[in-house]
Every structure is written in C-alpha cells, then in structure tokens.
Design a protein around this ligand. Structure first.
Ligand SMILES: *Cc1c(COP(=O)(O)O)cnc(C)c1O
Length: 377
C-alpha cells in the first residue's frame, strides 16, 4: 500500500498512547533506561569490558536473571554476542549430541530446525510441523537428545506451555527459544535445560546479545561435547562462553549500551515484584487487546484457542479493511510497528505487549485503530 496512505487522517491527540512503540522487536525501550544510559556516558561507556565496572554490570545481569526466573541451584546464566539467531548455531555445535527434535509452528521455530538440518556432524532432525496460529508439543522419541521448543512464536503470536516430553531418553535436553517470551511469560525452570533469548524484546534493550540459562544437565552436555574433539569455531563455542560468563565477561567485546539497558529493565522488573509482576502487566495488556478484538465488528484474534494467545505479541486479523493501510496511518500518527509478520501473509496487525509497554497504551491503541478504521470506511 505504499504511496496510497491517506496521510490526511489525523488521530485526535486525546486518543493517542503516551508512547507509540508497539514493535515485536526491537521493542519499546523505557525512557528512564535511556536516561540511566546517558548518566553513564562519561564513566562506564567507553571503558574496558575486562575491568570491574563492566564486569559488575554483567554480574548484575546474571544474578538478576537467576532471581527473576527463580533458577534452581546449579543453573548458570551464560551470554555472548550475536543474538538468538547466532545461538541456534551455538546450539547446533555445542548442545545437540546427535539428533534433535524441533516443534515448528512459525518462522522462528523453523529456523533452528533448518540450522540443525544443515549441520554435517548431526543426524537429520525430527521436525514436528503444526499449522501457523496453533501450538505444538514435543513427542518423546528414542535417539533424540535435544528437544527444541519456542516459548512464544513471535511471527504468529502463539504461546506454549513448557513441559518436558514424557518418556524421553535419559539425559535428553529441552532447549527453549524464549526470545520474545523471556521476562513477560511465566515458566517452570525445572522443565527446561536451556532457556535462551536476546534483549531487544521483553528486556527492552538493543539487540546483538544472546543470553542463556543452562541447567546442570546442559552444562554437562556442553563439557562433554567440548571434550569430544568436535570441531567448533571459537566464536560459537559454548564451552568458551560458559567459562567467560563465569568470570562475568564475554568472549569478545559486547555492546555496553545493550548491557546497561538490559540490566536497567531487569532491575525495574525485580523492583516491581519480579516475573509475576512483569508477566501480570503483559496479561493485562493482552486481556485489553483480545477482548477489544473479540467485541469488534471487523477484528478478531488470529489464534483460535484462547490459552494459546500470546500475552506478549498479539496478532489480530482485520476484515473489510486493509491492515497495512491501518498500520501506515497509525505510523503517520506516531504509532509504529503494528505491521504483521510479512511472511505470515495475513491481513492483520501485530502488537508487541512486552513488560515495558503500559497496558493503558494498549487500550489507547485499540481506540486509535477504531478511529482509523472509521475514517477509512
Ligand atoms: C526475534 C526472535 C529471534 C531472532 O532474534 P535475533 O536476536 O534477531 O537473532 C529468534 N527467535 C524468536 C522467537 C524471536 O522472536
């Protein structure tokens, strides 16, 4: 619809959200966190990541996540450069022993499966495909040593319950892509061995980093594969990342601003009351969004089953009005990144409702959409 946007539609200022960022990643960064970043502009920024001030920051990140997720004893928070996409390669080298199973129900869950499929040192993975807009569960299978799940499928707005498959081989790991879920969705850490994500979604920071909470079984797997002599490029070597993280460092230079913003968001969540509190904010936003869609004449939640509807990324189908035009008009009014995931190919808007987003702004967004749709018809 580029070129055909009715730019004369002005949304009345009283309807506008206080903050117009509804992206599903990168997502809204809290202005308070940016102020903290600015306050460190001549002290922490531009200083060595091998010295105490930055290492103390990494320490706060690791300890803070252990507290937020209530990680059991023996779990370790590990981090490195490259984001969640890079972590799929890290896991392909350092976590899958021979064969993985992937539950694939959207763009992001399919990508780890593709990485494992292409690896010459692994057997062909088992891929369970379920239709976009629904959730799938892993199925225990002999010979599978890693089950790959996605906590929240960002391309479709589907959230899944994390549970170990019953009857899996002894020692099989459960690895969860929590890139868009982490910090906004509750989970039981006992059900997972690897919970990995990047900071530009629920942690309201910039991209470029991967963070993973590893269980004792996962740490043992990492050590065993490292000792096996498998060739692994150093930048993708999880055993190096584990060792560096234990020293509150990364293998190579991280973006300090990303760390500062993430730690600020993490400590904001902890101060508010922890995961229960931040997930509760997302629940409130989601209730507002889905309830509005269900009572709307032209909108409906894309995900059919209410308990599979994501509390952090809402996907809303529109009927009788072009969703891209709606998103473009919103954008022209400063309300941005409501466009749907392009490859999903639906006439829909997608709304990031991460912890940093105020539920009242989601409410305002629904009023803005109503205004735009009325003006367009
Ligand atoms: C955004 C996203 C990714 C990709 O994250 P990058 O940091 O850009 O690599 C992977 N998985 C999920 C579920 C995501 O939402």
């Amino acid at each position: 619809m580029t070129g055909a946007v009715p730019t004369d539609i002005r949304i009345p200022p009283v309807l506008l959200p206080a903050d117009g960022r509804f992206g599903s990643g990168p997502s809204k960064v809290r202005p308070d966190a940016v102020a903290v970043l600015a306050s460190l502009g001549t002290t922490l920024l531009g200083t060595s990541h091998r010295q105490a001030p930055v290492r103390a920051l990494v320490r706060r990140l690791r300890d803070g996540l252990s507290e937020l997720f209530a990680l059991p004893d023996g779990y370790q928070v590990v981090l490195g450069n490259g984001g969640s996409t890079l972590f799929w390669d890290v896991a392909t080298f350092g976590l899958i022993e021979r064969r993985s199973q992937h539950v694939s129900f959207g763009e992001f869950s399919s990508k780890f499966a593709a990485a494992a499929s292409a690896a010459p040192h692994l057997e062909r993975p088992d891929v369970i495909e379920v239709p976009a807009g629904t959730a799938g569960a892993p199925r225990a299978e002999a010979g599978v040593d890693l089950y790959a799940l996605t906590h929240n499928e960002t391309s479709t707005g589907v959230v899944t319950d994390l549970r170990r498959p019953e009857g899996a081989d002894d020692g099989a790991l459960v690895a969860v892509d929590a890139t868009s879920a982490a910090g906004g969705v509750r989970f039981d850490p006992e059900q997972v061995d690897v919970y990995y994500f990047a900071p530009q979604k629920g942690f309201a920071s910039d991209g470029g980093l991967w963070v993973a909470a590893l269980s004792p079984a996962a740490l043992e797997r990492v050590a065993r594969i490292a000792a096996s002599g498998r060739w692994v490029p150093a930048s993708l070597d999880l055993s190096i990342a584990v060792a560096q993280s234990a020293l509150d460092q990364t293998y190579n230079t991280p973006a300090l601003a990303t760390l500062v913003l993430m730690v600020d968001q993490l400590e904001w969540m902890l101060a508010g009351g922890g995961l229960e509190w931040s997930a509760g904010r997302c629940d409130r936003s989601a209730e507002i969004l889905y309830r509005w869609a269900e009572s709307s004449a032209y909108a409906a939640p894309f995900v059919a089953k209410p308990d599979e509807r994501s509390p952090v990324v809402g996907t809303i189908d529109l009927e009788g009005v072009d969703a891209l035009t709606v998103s473009a008009v919103l954008r022209a009014n400063g309300v941005v990144d409501t466009e749907s995931y392009r490859k999903l190919g639906r006439n829909q808007v997608r709304v990031g409702m991460f912890p940093a987003v105020d539920p009242s702004d989601v409410e305002a967004l629904t009023a803005c959409i109503d205004h735009v749709v009325t003006a367009l018809s």
